[in-house]
Each structure stands twice: as C-alpha cells, then as structure tokens.
Design a protein around this ligand. Structure first.
Ligand code: 2IT
Length: 447
C-alpha cells in the first residue's frame, strides 16, 4: 500500500475535506503493515475502494420557523460501505455539518460497526441545522421536513439511521413518526434510538456511555489498576457524557469536570444522581450552556468561562462531545497534570498530534471507534428485537452490551499488541475493524 499516493489521489478528488482526509490517513497508516501481508487485498484494490463512499445523498430541507419565516438547510446521507450488512449510522444536526464531516464519520462507522461483530454496514447523515435556541415545534417541523426527503433511501434492510450530536430520543420520535406515515411500515428497524414502548430498546440511551466505561475499565485493569477513586473529566453534557458519568460513578470513579461550548464546570466531590438528571434538562432545553449546571448546584459546581474540561486535573480524560476537541496543548496540559488514561467517547475526539503526545508519554489511549461502539451495537440489538417482535429486559440488553464491549476490547488488545508488551489500541481497533470488512469485500467480488 502506498499511503502517500492514495492520500494524494484522495485529496485531489476531495479538496479541502480535512476531517475526512484526517480519518482516512489514520486508518491507512495504522493498517499498512498488516495490509501488505495480504497481496490479495492489494490485487482487489480494497483500500482504493473502501475510502470512497458507495453513494451520497444531498438534499434541501425547507421548513417554517415559529415566526412564520421560511428556513432552508442542507441534509445529507452518506452510505459508505455495505460489505457487512445494511447501512447503519447516526444523524448529526449541528451548524457545522458538511459533507467532509459526514464522510469522516461514515468512514469511521464502517470499522466501528465491524468491531461489534454484528451485520452492520457503515453510514452517516445529518444536516447543518442548529438546534440551539429552537423550540420543540421547530425541531418537529425540521425533523418532518428532513424525513420527507430521506425516507425513500432508508429502511430496515437498506439503511437504518440513529441519533448523534443534536439528535436524541425526541428527534428520533419526530423522524420516525414521519417515516412511518410515508413508508406505511411499522415496528421496524428503519430508525434506531426509538423510545421504549414503540420499538425502542431499553438501555439504548445509556449504551454509548455505559459501553465506553466498560472499555475504559478494561484499559485500567490491563494496568493492574482500578476505576475506584479515579477522577474523570468529560467534555459535553449530551446523551453520551450522561451515560458515561453514571456508569463511571457506579464503578467508583468521580466525575470532576464536564464542559460545554461556553466553558467548564468543575464538580467538587464528583457528580451524583441529581446532577445526572439535570444533564438531561440541559440537553432538552437547547440552550447549550454548561454554566446552567453551576447555576443549579452553586455550592458544588464551579463554572469557568472559555476553559475546556482538560484544564481540570484528572486521572482519566474522555472527550465525549465532538471531533478534534482535544488538541496537542490540551494533551500536554493533561500529561503535566498526571493523566493516566485517555479514551475518546466522541468520534475522533482527539487531534492526531494529541494522540501522538499521549502515546509517546506511555499513557494508554482508547480510540473512539472502539470505545464508543456500544451505541451502535445496541442499535443493532434494537433491530434484532424489532425483527423478532420482542422486547428484551434492561438486564438482558446490558449483559449483551457488556459482552460486546469486552469482545471489542479483546480484539483491540490482540491486534494492537506491541513488541514491548504494551497495547496500541488505535492500531488494534483499525486493523481488527478493517480485516472483517476487507475479507467480506473480497468474498463478495468487485461490486
Ligand atoms: O457514532 C455513532 O456510532 C452513533 N451516533 C450511533 C449510530 C447508531 O446507528 O446507533
């Protein structure tokens, strides 16, 4: 494999798509050595094929705001790779969404879904719609207009979107309502992240965060260490950070910081149930301000504007909001403050230079596509339940999630084992994820 040549070709075809190119480069550089042991991959041009999405839909979404004004946004669905199963991946509603962002997320999703060992292809979608400050009625009208365009291109055996940044249970409800009305299809897995009682799986809201902490727990145990008493810093206060904060606390760790676009809240003594519940209020009100946590709990949460979670001294740092939110300077600050583990819960949460600095310091680093795979895995379990017209209990789903995350950890540890006995989890996740997809593509011919 000639990484630089492939990247130069890709850059020429997709100029300026920095996030997409960043995600591809990381995968290619880490799988190169293993790939070169398989001349059959080279002959079938697996890498040249896998870096291009199967297809991309771009569509106009027009809706009417509360003032009666007409608004137009851009919607997308990137169907990246279906070697392992029907397309699967979230929808992101955020003002910065563009085709490069969704291509990077769709590309990452291929390998993440592969790691779950469920029959799921990779996809991603969304819109440049900014939910900040929007009313519930505006959110509903936007979701309906979005689905009015997308519905023909999705379906339980075709492509199954879910939530991501800006798309939670409420948005999935509105999207699914419109999908059902148009497709005349019921109780299907055309969308996941539905609420329990109308096709949703128990534990899906918690799954990404819980699964991430199951993985982090293994990273910690690998060092003969324990989560008990560890101080954790999380960015964000969405669904993912909410689940991680609860599971980390349950396992004896303390969440000492959460951050938002406005700054960071340092939490004295760690978070508790009242605070977890308040995260849901903050997410639902669309103010997008972490300062509200300090206003609600003035004696325990201290807000500092403009600072990130990484400014707070911690043992474990987990980006849980967005891509590239932890840069090289942040990594250096964390290392100077004695961070012991870093695990991305958001997709591509750390910049390449930050990962390099963390790994160079000998601090174990967990990559997003492995750490956060519990979300999509539980979406896969939701599709299974829909297909079989059954509901599993929360305990049953959690048990399966726990096993899937432990299996993913074992795969990453196996493929990421270094000569000196340490584990490169980035390499492990990329090689393990890639091998399954590459073998499937090879077996299915040139399509
Ligand atoms: O990044 C992700 O894996 C998700 N947003 C969840 C995808 C899914 O289909 O559940």
């Amino acid at each position: 494999m000639k990484v630089n040549e492939i990247m130069a070709n890709l850059e020429a075809k997709h100029p300026g798509e920095a996030e997409y190119l960043q995600a591809v480069r990381e995968v290619l550089e880490t799988i190169e050595e293993e790939y070169n042991k398989h001349p059959e991959f080279e002959a079938a041009k697996i890498v040249e094929r896998i870096v291009e999405p199967d297809r991309i839909f771009t569509f106009r979404v027009t809706w009417v705001d509360d003032k009666g004004e007409i608004q137009t946004n851009l919607g997308y669905r990137v169907q990246f790779n279906a070697a392992l199963g029907a397309y699967k991946g979230g929808l992101r509603f955020h003002k910065a969404v563009n085709v490069s962002m969704l291509k990077f997320l769709g590309f990452e999703q291929i390998f993440k879904n592969s790691l779950t060992n469920l029959p799921l292809g990779g996809a991603k979608g969304g819109a440049d719609f900014d939910p900040t400050g929007k009313s519930d009625a505006e959110i509903m009208r936007f979701c309906q207009a979005f689905m009015y365009e997308l519905w023909r291109n999705i379906g339980p055996d075709q492509d199954s979107p879910a939530g991501d940044v800006g798309v939670g249970g409420r948005e999935i409800g509105y999207l699914y309502g419109m999908y059902k009305k148009l497709a005349r299809e019921h109780s299907t897995g055309a969308l996941t992240g539905k609420s329990y009682g109308w096709g949703g799986s128990l534990m899906r809201p918690e799954a990404t965060g819980f699964g991430a902490i199951y993985y982090v727990d293994r990273m910690v145990k690998q060092k003969g260490d324990t989560l008990k008493g560890k101080k954790i810093a999380l960015s964000g206060f969405g669904n993912v950070a909410w689940g991680a904060a609860q599971k980390a606390t349950e396992l004896g760790a303390q969440v000492v910081a959460i951050s938002g676009p406005d700054g960071v809240c340092e939490i004295k003594g760690g978070m508790d149930k009242a605070m977890f519940d308040y995260m849901l209020v903050m997410r639902a009100n669309n103010h997008n301000k972490v300062e509200e946590m300090a206003q609600q709990f003035p004696d325990r949460a201290v807000f500092t504007p403009g600072k990130k979670a990484w400014s707070v001294k911690c043992d474990i740092a987990c980006p849980s909001a967005f891509q590239n939110e932890l840069n090289e300077d942040d990594a250096k600050m964390l290392l100077a403050n004695g961070v012991k583990y870093v695990a991305e819960i958001s997709n591509m949460g750390c910049q390449p230079a930050a990962i390099a600095a963390i790994q160079k310091a000998g601090v174990p680093f967990g990559p997003g596509k492995a750490v956060n795979a519990g979300g999509v895995a539980t979406s896969g379990l939701e599709i299974c339940q829909n297909a079989g017209h059954i509901n599993w209990t929360a305990e049953e789903v959690d048990k399966k999630l726990f096993k899937i995350m432990n299996d993913i950890y074992d795969l990453c540890a196996e493929y990421g084992k270094q000569a000196d006995g340490s584990i490169n989890y980035v390499k492990g996740a990329n090689i393990a994820g890639f091998m399954r997809v590459a073998k499937a593509m090879l077996a299915q011919g040139t399509i």
